[in-house]
Design a protein around this ligand. Structure first.
Ligand code: ZN
Length: 149
């Protein structure tokens, strides 16, 4: 496999991207968090849905956490979706740094929890929202590009 072939990319329709962006901007200066759904074919992803969640972390400016009741609901949604071939990951924003890199904690959880193997990070600076798609494929964390279509 050549390097070019191994590049991971994700497509998202403009309207769905707006849902991520709006959520990140609405929650400023706190982190937003939620679930996303996608389809994958040979390393090409299409983000098909976004499910914003409530951030219940103690310090919402530097961390994101989904409540247990909400997570239980998400798990039902995920098991229904997985039967139809969808995959799921977690997104959250970085309102302080504006960076789309994974923090040490983000890297750690992506290697531990299945649901966090795919993450979308939204780096917020003012009204500008940058984005990155991260996938943990043993032993590497790979950054993918998100293309709005
Ligand atoms: Zn983070």
């Amino acid at each position: 496999m050549t390097l070019k072939d191994s590049v991971i990319s994700a497509k998202i329709k403009r309207k769905k991207w707006k849902a991520f962006r709006d959520h990140a901007l609405e929650r400023m200066p706190e982190e937003c968090i939620g679930l996303f759904e996608c389809l994958e074919h040979n390393g090409k992803y299409e983000i098909t849905n976004v499910y914003p969640c409530r951030n219940v972390a103690r310090n919402k400016k530097i961390e994101g956490k989904i409540s247990k009741p909400e997570m239980r609901e998400l798990k039902k949604l995920i098991s229904r979706g997985e039967r139809k071939g969808f995959k799921y990951g977690i997104y959250h924003s970085h309102p302080l740094s504006g960076s789309v890199s994974l923090s040490d904690v983000d890297q750690f959880i992506s290697k531990i929890y299945k649901l966090f193997r795919m993450q979308i990070i939204l780096g917020v600076t003012g009204k500008r929202v940058k984005k990155a798609f991260w996938i943990f494929q043993k032993p590497n964390l790979i950054e993918g590009r998100i293309e709005v279509i």
